[in-house]
Ligand binder design. Structure first.
Ligand code: ATP
Length: 370
């Protein structure tokens, strides 16, 4: 069963007049929990369906452990898929639903089949539910049967298309941890599709953020969240405070940027380019301090709104130019958060303030005209 390394090279899919996948290159390592994350219509499912063999690419290649999978139909690939709608057979019990996954495997004798089904049910912690019918199970348990049905084939790669999408919020939360644990236990490659950034951040070893058929950023959850390369990624992965800045030319690293009359130190990544005009800082990095403080990366402000959320308090602070910054303060019980209308100082630590790469359209606008 080991293996499961995937190389995706220049993959594209065009439907009549619609480019669903626009030239994707990805290397997914064996044993990774890899997520394709992006908004509806960005091409995640189409990419997954091409990996599974349910769609033929218009161009490019998919290699599995170095072998081109193009000539192989879905059931001949060492890949299995779990869909959002798990479509269990209502008239078959759990055991038979899972055994159904082995219908193509004429080479396995009865005892081997039974052992494989028992192992798959053990993995998803449903060994005691083998004789139940789907309608006697909760939504989460039904999804675990669908997982067992896919795992019983012992694939090298498991494709998961929004598998938690049909479940309520609480169940989704508990199943996230279960799915991560299951992936570590079976050790095979998981390629997971979701539009839920929390899900992607919690479970993935690495993730690819997709926009309009392309991969716009690739990295670990920490990298993509803390160092978003574009405004789209910053915005898609949680709350992002965006500031209009003027970026002085220079090397990548900590550099001076101008925010109105305020001179700030910020991180400027190598790919930011001359047209970069926006900087991002996450709410949990914005420090709200007492009024009147001056010094590096400090701006005066006024609390617009204070929302108590239990473990944290959300502050909206209006800056001199009218921008409103969100700050998230952990409630430790020591000292009260400033109230609405109170003047404060906002500190934007230079290591947390990042200039974003300009979009293609703003690069074009900034380019010198011939
Ligand atoms: P969602 O999260 O809503 O499932 P997605 O990111 O998975 O979205 P895809 O389903 O891959 O997106 O679709 C990408 C684009 O391709 C969309 O614009 C969609 O309308 C289009 N598309 C997908 N399947 C077809 C098809 N069979 N015929 C024509 N267009 C299609």
């Amino acid at each position: 069963m080991p293996g499961g390394a995937i190389s995706i090279l220049g993959l594209r899919k065009d439907y009549d007049g619609v480019t669903a996948v626009d030239g994707i290159d990805l290397e997914i390592g064996a044993g990774e929990f890899f997520t394709l994350l992006g908004p509806s219509g960005c091409g995640k499912t189409t990419t997954l369906r091409m990996l599974g063999g349910f769609e033929q690419p218009t161009g490019g290649q998919i290699l599995l452990d170095g072998v081109d999978v193009a000539p192989k139909p879905p059931h001949k690939r060492p890949v299995n898929t779990v869909f959002q709608s798990y479509a269990l057979f209502p008239h078959l019990d759990v055991q038979k639903n899972v055994a159904y996954g082995l219908r193509w495997r004429k080479d396995l004798d009865g005892a081997t089949r039974d052992a494989r089904v028992a192992k798959a049910l053990e993995l998803v912690r449903l060994a005691d539910y083998a004789q139940r019918r789907p309608h006697q199970l909760s939504g989460g348990q039904q999804q675990r049967v669908a997982l067992a049905r896919a795992l019983v084939l012992e694939p090298s790669v498991l494709l998961l298309d929004e598998p938690l999408g049909a479940l309520d919020a609480k169940l989704r939360h508990s199943l996230r941890a279960e799915l991560s644990a299951l992936q570590r236990e079976v050790g095979i490659t998981f390629v997971f599709v979701t539009h839920d950034q929390e899900e992607a951040l919690e479970m993935s070893t690495r993730l690819a953020v997709m926009e309009r058929g392309r991969v716009v950023q690739l990295g670990t959850p920490q990298e993509v969240y803390r160092e978003p390369s574009t405004e789209f990624v910053a915005d898609f992965l949680g709350v992002a405070n965006l500031l209009d800045v003027a970026c002085t030319p220079g090397d990548a690293g900590t550099r001076t940027v101008q925010y109105g009359e305020f001179t700030l130190q910020a991180q400027v990544p190598a790919g930011a380019g001359p047209a970069a005009r926006r900087a991002v800082i996450r709410p949990e990095c914005v420090e709200v301090q007492e009024a009147g403080l001056t010094g590096s990366n400090r701006i005066p402000g006024m609390v617009d709104r204070q929302v108590f959320l239990g473990s944290t308090t959300q502050l909206a602070v209006r800056l001199p130019h009218g921008d409103v910054l969100q700050s998230l303060v952990t409630n430790t019980g020591r000292g009260a958060s400033p109230a609405s209308g109170e003047p404060v100082t906002v500190h934007l630590p230079p290591e947390s303030l990042r200039v974003l790469a300009a979009s293609e359209s703003s690069e074009a606008a900034a380019a010198p005209q011939p």
